[in-house]
Design a protein around this ligand. Sequence first.
Ligand SMILES: [Zn+2]
Ligand SMILES: [Zn+2]
Length: 355
Amino acid sequence: MQRPTYKAKAYSAASAKSALASTTIPRREPTDHDVQIEILFCGICHSDFHSVRDEWSDFMATTYPIVPGHEIVGRVTEVGSAVKKFKPGDLAAVGCMVDSDRTCPHCKAGLEQFCPNFVLTYNGPDKHLGGVTYGGYSDSIVVDEEFVLRVPTNLNLAGAAPLLCAGITTYSPMHHWNVGKGKKVGVVGLGGLGHMAVKFGHALGAHVVVFTTSPNKKEDALRLGADEVVVSRNADEMKKHNASFDFILDAVSADHDLNSYLRLLGRDGNITLVGAPPKPLAIAAFNLIMGRHSLSGSPIGGIAETQEMLEFCGKHNITADVEVIPIQKVNEAYDRLSKSDVKYRFSIDMASLKA
Ligand SMILES: [Zn+2]
Ligand SMILES: [Zn+2]
């Protein structure tokens, strides 16, 4: 039997070379465990851009049409009969995942981001309707309550949307590597992810040092909460910080020399990559061996940790710095994003979709 659906307004791309354009998509009518959300804001993540252009075809080919968007904040409009955590009128959020198998060791540990059967918010296999899932560039979404998050009411909603990907992607590794008081923390790359890492590092009480290639970002880094700013092209400036960091978050997705940062780690220091440069990185083994340094990577975060991150943001009034745009400007925003011309995230005001 075909599941009942309704038509939702959305923006989709028909191919890797097409612009995003207005369309309608089917959404399932809420089942017993579902929460229906009117989407108020959706952040624009670099993943949206890569997926629309099918640039990650090697490991995650895009099925067209694609409706991107996994930084979703909105208001609950309807809930299924078995839903306990939400009621109509509540604020709600959805991040990068809308489901998982819930039975594997990762799911049981609350680490759904490692589940081999997780369902991504867009371009994932839609268990209910077949085909692929459609993301947040839409006026509404229907998601199982286990994958819906609560949003602290004090947060600016446009700025809260990017917390669902940029926020958790930086919070999770900082949490895992015990960033906090008395720790010296570096952030490489001051973009959508990097600017969140600076805010979190500061709120967690760490000494935050931002590395940048452009000296003109200094003032902004300090405003965001950095204690120091180092111009990474200046070898003397870099040398002053030799062997002193507990943790460095590397959010750069372009080619860069990791060895110059590995040398800055203190004993047992770690660098975690959250950016994904296209080419393999060259590492001199001694930069890991001396000082027992480690190099790791980290993807998003689990549902419980994402909720914890949102509560932390509520308590410290942390949101992303956003430029709010109407959905009609999304293609222009993609062009600007490809030139890193945004401080520091675009957030789509979904009320514009009704126009
Ligand atoms: Zn993302
Ligand atoms: Zn699982």
